[in-house]
Design a protein around this ligand. Structure first.
Ligand SMILES: NC(=O)c1ccc[n+]([C@@H]2O[C@H](COP(=O)([O-])OP(=O)(O)OC[C@H]3O[C@@H](n4cnc5c(N)ncnc54)[C@H](OP(=O)(O)O)[C@@H]3O)[C@@H](O)[C@H]2O)c1
Length: 341
């Protein structure tokens, strides 16, 4: 990456939960932003909600990632990319077609479009996931901490196996998409460098176009289900999380910090969370939640983490300060209750 600051940043997934926060962070710092979206309507809604940035924000329609080459027409004037877009939902009928191949193709498309002759892109920040770090079968010894040096050992064969759940397939989609990015940089030696961010669960207020609870993104939908009186979600849970605004800050700092080039980071808040803890916070802060949160969320249980997650490196090297879980939950629940129910 050159020491010159970028001026026009392409953000993919810009009309999604995390991408819209990235857009806002960039706009607040004075950058021009081009958002990539599959939906002209969502692009218009994003612009209408930000009238003060009319001259700094435009949207480009990018097709579904099932096709390679979808970004070629979006790169004019762009000198940096934050690639957030990737399918994140669990209600699938074909995991490989709906999750894994689009995640990988999206990465391949954006990197090859950014590497074309004449491209001015000098850095790409990729939203990977803690899913590409975590070894779900590891029984960690006391004091074990996941760092950005760890990789999920999941194989491609297991990820695409029709017997695997969509949760496993999603983890594979993130691992193999991130690997494709590192391999591209190693093999093609493009004029840009890469930074990968591997966040765990992401929660927080929404700033993208959402008009009902049903349209909430996957991670916030799970958090809202606690408030809405849905019983605890079975299955393996990750005790680590980050507020979407802190994650957006990490993305932009990763774009602007020269020393971050070629590195992988885990942006994660220092305090562990659990949905039981979220239920307690909701009941303490909202009278209506005392009625709706089910008693199957045991009160007073402190979140227990059987392993640590190194979010400290991001705080130190990218200068990110983390929200408390309490503040994130209260702001999110208040927003959803007031605006979406
Ligand atoms: N939320 C979390 O807890 C969490 C944790 C770790 C990592 N992540 C990663 O963060 C990123 C954003 O997730 P999010 O939580 O913001 O979810 P989201 O609101 O569902 O956003 C996903 C974005 O990706 C785009 N997208 C999905 N599938 C696509 C496809 N086949 N072709 C083109 N675009 C596609 C969507 O585009 P449209 O707007 O056009 O529909 C949307 O903007 C993803 O890479 C996800 O893996 C999320």
């Amino acid at each position: 990456m050159s020491s010159q600051k970028p001026s026009h940043v392409l953000v993919t997934g810009s009309t999604g939960f995390i991408g819209a926060h990235v857009v806002d962070n960039l706009l607040a710092r004075g950058f021009s932003v081009r958002g990539a979206t599959r939906s002209a309507k969502k692009g218009e809604q994003m612009k209408a909600a930000r009238p003060q940035y009319t001259s700094k924000l435009d949207f480009v329609i990018v097709e579904d990632f099932t096709n390679i080459g979808v970004f070629d027409a979006a790169m004019e004037g762009i000198d940096a990319v934050i690639h957030v877009a990737s399918p994140f939902f669990y209600d699938t009928t074909n995991n490989e077609q709906e999750l894994i191949l689009p995640a990988i193709n999206g990465v391949k498309s954006i990197l090859s479009a950014s590497a074309k002759p004449g491209s001015k892109v000098r850095r790409i920040v990729l939203t990977s996931s803690f899913a590409s770090v975590l070894d779900i079968d590891r029984n960690p010894p006391p004091g074990f901490t996941y760092t950005a040096a760890h990789w999920n050992p999941l194989t491609y064969e297991t990820a695409i196996d029709p017997k695997s759940t969509s949760v496993v397939a999603y983890r594979g989609s993130k691992k193999f998409a991130e690997l494709a990015a590192w391999e591209f940089v190693k093999n093609e030696k493009p004029q840009f460098d890469l930074v990968a961010l591997c966040p765990p669960m992401v929660f927080g207020p929404v700033v993208h176009p959402v008009s009902s609870v049903e349209q909430l993104n996957e991670s916030n939908a799970v958090l809202w289900s606690v408030a809405a009186g849905i019983d605890p979600i079975p299955g393996i849970r990750v005790p680590a999380w980050i507020d979407a605004r802190d994650l957006a800050e990490a993305h932009v700092q990763a774009l602007l910090t020269p020393e971050a080039g070629g590195k992988r980071f885990i942006p994660a808040a220092p305090e562990p969370f659990s949905y039981e803890y979220a239920a307690d916070i909701m009941k303490e802060n909202f009278d209506w939640a005392k009625q709706s949160v089910t008693t199957n969320y045991k009160a007073g249980e402190k979140p227990h983490a059987s392993y640590g997650v190194d979010g400290e490196t991001v705080a130190r090297e990218l200068g990110v300060k983390y929200h408390s879980f309490r503040d994130t939950v209260v702001e999110f629940v208040k927003q959803v209750k007031e605006d979406l129910t």
